[in-house]
Every structure is written in structure tokens, then in C-alpha cells.
Design a binder for this molecule. Sequence first.
Ligand code: S3P
Length: 427
Amino acid sequence: MIKKFEKIRSVNGELKLLGDKSLSHRSIMFAAMADGESVIRNCSDSEDVSSTMNCFEKLGCRFEKNNDAIKVTGRGFKGFIKADTELYAGNSGTTARLISGVLAAQNFKSVITGDESLSNRPMMRIVEPLKFMGADISVNESGKMPITINPSLSLKPVEYRLKVASAQVKSAMLLCALHMEDESIIIEPEATRNHTEKLLGLKTEKTESVTRIYVSKKNYPEPFEITVPSDISSASFFIVLAALSVNSDITIRSVSLNETRTGALTVLKNMGARIEIGNLHLEKGEETGDLRIFSSKLKNVEIPHSIIPNIIDEIPILSVAGVFADGNFKITGAKELRVKESDRINSLVVNFKAAGLSVKEFEDGFELSGSPANIHTTFESFGDHRIAMAFSVMSMLLECGGSVKNFESVAVSNPGFYNQVLALSNF
Ligand code: S3P
């Protein structure tokens, strides 16, 4: 579906978003692993989180939806049952990679598959460390799906230094280590999102150069209740839209403000965005608060490499902000973008060129200069939800508007995106 957007005049009002996708995946998984009933409120309604629920349903869990709450009946320690088909993770890297850590410790064989995009993403990054823990896990000769996991009698606790700055790889190892009596230590040189650690209450030690995370069976999840804070990555599209539209003022309630996720707020504030944070509180150890964003005048700033893992999902929308800010937008040190739902460096470069900008592409980033042309541009989403939403926002900021192909991919993280736009915007 091609979605056409006119230039908007302003955005105003209050936005309530559903739960953060990373936190929702983990809440569903930990509830599924626990022995008994858990309750998850404000869970993400994204296709990705549905993929996680579908997989755990096949492994014997029950999910009952009741208004805003999902009651999960979990299976307890090593209590999952063998799925009668392959486990389909759809578009979701988090589902495929995290569930691999859980399945590596079960007493039955599992096969995990995904859609075309996921089937082209690298899986050796989890296979190698899980094998190091003694797991019997394999992928095809190109290091891609399907992932085949057989029961292993030789799982052993490890001390392991992560080779990729990836919360999915870290979490796969932590989830596998939860099934062992003795303690494993996972060493993280570059900080990535720490929701797994926080929700499971894992002991962590931070030195100047690394974080050490301690995990064993004593951290195995028990039934719990949670109201999932709203998704800061979904919020970032509206934050940029409001900051770059005149006469705008929006409030987004109960947003996840975990320090490993707020890098985009830091970058936007450094660029001059007027963002106020209020009503700070904790939800199961996760920082949560309200955001208020006003029309702002932005200028481009240097984006340090150390912040890249923190802003990895927000780079598409930050680069759109950069188009309308003074000076040139430049990002480097972001090679991981090449292995996301699409090759996001290529997806961004193609679309910015289509809009008439001058673009220098690097292996690990790109630089933008010039101004968008005065034409209605049709953007490619490459079937990638964050590219679709970033160029929807760009379209609403362009004089002649713009259109986005395969717009429906937004449902991978935020099926309500278009209705939320309509509710806030004055066209
Ligand atoms: C996620 C980790 C990140 C992120 C993804 C969600 C998670 O991926 O890009 O959207 O929930 O753990 P990587 O671990 O590949 O960096």
C-alpha cells in the first residue's frame, strides 16, 4: 500500500503509545518461562511481539487477552513442550535470537524460521556464543536461518566477552545461562539495552571499560505483573515531527526512559530540541516518565560513536531530523545498520537521494548536504517499519508532501502509527 502525506501545519495534543517492544518481548518470554500466571498490561500490539506470543503458544503456553491485560500461563523451569511445527519468528530478530537461548536448554528439538528479511540476517552472532556454552545449535552454511536446536547434555556456565554490541546476543546468552546451577559471567564492552538484566534483577558490575553481568538458575523468572512503559522508539517519530513543526506542543505519557534507550533524546536536545521530562517513576526497575515536546530550531551536532548502540533504532528518524536542521547531518560508526530489518544505510541513502539531497555513503554511515527538492517524492520503505515511519515523518515536513511505499510494514512495531498521526496533526 502506498500512503500519501501532505505537509502538516502543526501537531498538538496528547499521545498514549502501547508498551515498548523490547520490554514487551521480554515480559512475554519471562512470563512464559515462569511457573504459573503472570499479568502484562499495556503490552505492544506489534507484529513482532505477536510472533513471540505465537512461538510460546506452540511451546505450550496460554495467553488470554482481557481489555488492556494479557494473562500468561507459563510452563516453569524446562517445562516447555515440543512444538509440532517449526517456530515462525516472522520479521522479528528479537524473537528468533532470544528464544534460541531458551530452547538451547530444553529437552527437545526445535527449528526456528522467519520471513525473507529475517532469513537474510546474520545468526552466527548467537550460534557461536551459544555453542561456547555447550548448546547444540546450527544454521545454514551462510550463517542464516533456519536455526536448528537439539537437546544438549553438555551445557556449561561460561565467562564470555561479547564480540558484537547487541542486546539480542547478550540476552540469548543470559536466557540460556538461567538454566544452569552455576553462575555465568557475561562481559559487555559496549553498553546495549539492559532490559533483560533489569527485569530479571541480575547483578551487574560496571567498571570504566566493561559491564560484568552475573546470571544463574537462581535468577530464573517467577510469575509477575507489569504495566509495560510506552515505546520510546515509537515515540521518537512523533518527537521529531513535533520539534520540526511550527506551533506544535505534544505530550507523550509513561514512556520508557531506561538510560540505555534515551540516547535519541540526548542527541535531539543537543540539536536544540525543547523536550521536557516529568512524572519520573520506576516500573519493575525500568525508568518511566512523561515527555513534552515543543516546536524547536535544530542544528546538526557531532554524534559520538559511543552513543551508537543506544540510538541504533532511532538513527533513521534522527537523520530525517538532520535534513531540516542547520548544517550537515553526518553519522559514522553505525555499521550494524546494514544488518537490521533492511540494510538501513542503503535504505536511507536511496530515499535521501530521491528527495534531492546530496549524500556521501560510507561503509558505516553517511553524510547529507543540500536541501530537499520542491517535488512530491515517493519513498521506498524496503519493507522496513522504521524506514516507513521515518519517511512518513519526512513526507509530512516537506513542502510538497511525500508518499511511502509498502506503508503497511509500520505494523511490525506500531500498527496504530497512522491513526496516531491523524489524531495529533493539523493538515
Ligand atoms: C533489541 C536489540 C537491538 C535493536 C532491536 C531490539 C532487543 O538489536 O536494534 O530493535 O530488544 O534486544 P541488536 O541486539 O541486534 O542490536
